[in-house]
Design a protein around this ligand. Structure first.
Ligand code: AHR
Length: 640
């Protein structure tokens, strides 16, 4: 029988509070990866693209050092060249040389599909410059509208022959979603420039080098208990030279080592480890960094060949000792005292207190080959020996079954690993068919992190049907919250017209944000977590596959929270028996996400499916009508 056959049915749900069990308080978190311009051009608030002239054809076949820039030569003559001698820092090897022949010339930046600015807000400009030869002067910066009207202007002091950091603040007189930035200079001589950066002062929590406030806020609104970062495929990278090395991503931004992004663009690493940890702290989420297991992404090289082929490589064994130390140093950087070598670098960045790292993931979707196992064990054993307090997370490949899954789990069993990361992107039906997947997992074996999952519907659309499949699955994660300790939907962010992957949870342009049905399902779970699971039995007149339910208690508030998911095409009345829970207050808060099964919050109709809240009369036993295609969250106050 399918959900379409269901017209009139009734359901009975009984909560068995006497069989309560503790579950992970960290169950629902998020996974952030710089895919789909999630970081540069997205969450990372810098408005200048290619700020340090490091773009090359390795990032993207069509790119070069001057991508996103153009010359302004109406009032002067000049040529440009790429400079590499005596850069600001060895990690930032390239800069731009402007050879000015005469008059006033400019460098115009278009940002990421335009620079979105707001009238009256303040934007901090920083750049590095030095005069290489001749007489150069007249340095000034402007924000101009998309039609060329000057909206803000400031003059800068002309530097000498050494790299000098120049700063100013610009306040545009008008709002423009497609503004441009221009740096002007005049005279006759050579000027070197680098790290041209423009930040709104109104970043999330007003952090310098901070995050785009509106995006950071909608992510915070998910109330994630943790953030997994920086990837995904990006973490282990496109070949060994492209592995994400955390040490390259801390310190002053002009000293960081930006590099190609496996997703066919560039990663400035301005959003680096310090910013990730700080954001976690700002929103009350635990950091879950992913370090490569000394191996690169098995899909390495794909962006050039277009072919998915196994291309796993491992660091040479004589480099592994140093690499293992790099991982140990990360723990010292995060948790060590400010007097320790790496703790001092955290303190220097403005955070003397330890960050309190609890989890560390080693590897992502790696092929579980001898090459991987040898390197993984070196890292795992060294970290365990020195930091038994850190919960280490292994990997079981890209799919929820198959060779890497089997081998990954076998390795987990052999090594008595703390936890392993499972991934799976499957059609909605798969999630309904697998609601009992984790119920049969060995309670005494390694714990599970469901690190990446999403229901992929037809056309990879963010349908309500996909969100409900995920919600049903999340009820099963709560039921298995004694062994599934963490979970995260993937990917998190997708920039309109700049995506390499769909579906995503949150879509955005430079000025707007669109929240998918999947976002609201995740948010309802994130905002209604519990630390105790109260088992439920759900009987839908022999058609259990059309509905799913879970019940948790939040010890902090004493609230009991029911989650009910129905994919039936008609309303489904359910008799809810809470007698075992104790005295229940007469009213509960009820939030419902419902609509047509194929409804989406798409670009044209971004608010088709929104959660609606109401008050519900409840008692020890009461009847609730689950709307067709719905997720309902009923939050009850108990009086015992
Ligand atoms: O979430 C997108 C990608 O999917 C991740 O980078 C990778 O781990 C997985 O294959």
């Amino acid at each position: 029988m399918t959900s379409n056959d269901l017209t009139i049915a009734t359901a009975h749900l009984t909560v068995q509070a006497d069989q309560a069990k503790p579950i992970s308080p960290d169950l629902f978190g998020i996974f952030f990866e710089d895919i789909n311009y999630a970081a540069d051009g997205g969450l990372y608030a810098d408005l200048i693209q290619n700020r340090s002239f490091e773009y090359t054809a390795v990032d993207n076949f069509d790119w070069n050092f001057f991508t996103a820039w153009e010359l302004v030569t109406e009032k002067g003559k000049c040529s440009i060249a790429l400079g590499t001698e005596a850069p600001i820092h060895r990690n930032n090897p390239r800069y731009l040389i402007v050879n000015i022949d005469s008059g006033e010339v400019g460098l115009r930046n278009f940002g990421y599909d335009g620079i979105a600015i707001k009238a009256g807000e303040s934007y901090d400009l920083t750049l590095f410059a030095r005069v290489l030869s001749g007489n150069v002067g007249g340095l000034k910066v402007q924000l101009e509208s998309h039609t060329g009207e000057v909206l803000a202007e400031a003059t800068l002091t002309t530097p000498g022959g050494e790299w000098t950091k120049l700063t100013t603040t610009l306040q545009p007189s008008a709002t423009d979603s497609h503004a441009r930035f221009v740096l002007y200079a005049s005279g006759a001589g050579a000027l070197a420039v680098d790290m041209i950066s423009l930040f709104p002062q109104a970043t999330f929590r007003s952090r310098p080098n901070g995050l785009r406030a509106d995006l950071a806020q909608v992510i915070a609104d998910l109330k994630p208990r943790f953030i997994r970062f920086p990837g995904g495929c990006l973490a282990h990278g496109d070949g060994l030279d492209n592995m994400y090395r955390w040490k390259d991503t801390i310190g002053p931004i002009e000293t960081r080592h930006s590099q190609p992004n496996i997703w066919n663009y560039h990663q400035s690493v301005g959003l680096g480890y310090f910013e990730y940890f700080q954001y976690c702290e700002d929103i009350g989420a635990k950091p879950v960094p992913v370090v490569p297991a000394g191996t690169c992404c098995p899909n390495s090289g794909m962006k050039f060949t277009g072919r998915l082929e196994e291309n796993q490589q491992g660091l040479p064994m004589d480099e592994m000792g140093e690499y293992v130390q790099e991982v140990l140093d990360l723990i010292e950087w995060a948790n060590g005292p400010a007097t320790s070598t790496w703790g001092a670098k955290r303190a220097e960045a403005g955070h003397p207190e330890p960050f309190g790292l609890e989890y560390l993931a080693i590897g992502n979707e790696d092929q579980i080959s001898p090459l991987f196992v040898e390197r993984f064990k070196m890292i795992y054993d060294a970290v365990k020996a020195k930091h038994s307090e850190i919960i280490l997370i292994g990997t079981t490949g890209p799919r929820p079954e198959g060779e890497d899954y089997e081998k990954g789990w076998q390795l987990a069993h052999e090594m008595h690993m703390d936890m392993v990361d499972e991934h799976g992107y499957r059609p909605p039906e798969w999630y309904w068919d697998n609601l009992y997947r984790f119920d049969s997992y060995d309670r005494n074996a390694s714990k599970v992190y469901l690190g990446e999952y999403a229901a992929h519907d037809l056309g990879r659309a963010n349908t309500l049907r996909s969100a409900l499949a995920e919600a049903a699955y999340m009820t099963s994660l709560e039921r298995n919250g004694d062994i599934v300790l963490l979970s995260s939907y993937a990917p998190l962010l997708g920039k309109h017209k700049r995506m390499q992957w769909q579906p995503n949870m949150i879509y955005f342009t430079n000025t707007s944000i669109r929240l998918s049905t999947n976002y609201y399902a995740q948010q309802l779970f994130g905002a209604n977590t519990g630390d105790v699971y109260l088992p439920v039995t759900l009987d839908v007149e022999g058609m259990d596959e059309v509905a799913a339910a879970s019940c948790v208690r939040d010890s902090a508030t004493g609230d009991v929270i029911l989650k009910l998911v129905s994919r039936a095409d008609a309303p489904l009345p359910v008799t809810i028996d809470l007698a075992s829970v104790g005295a229940v207050a007469g009213e509960a808060a009820c939030t419902v996400l419902t609509g047509e099964a194929l409804a989406e919050n798409n670009h044209w109709r971004p608010q088709t499916v929104l959660p609606q809240s109401a008050t519900l009369a409840v008692g020890a036993v009461f009847t609730y009508e689950m709307p067709a295609h719905s997720l309902s969250v009923i939050r009850l106050k108990t009086t015992v």
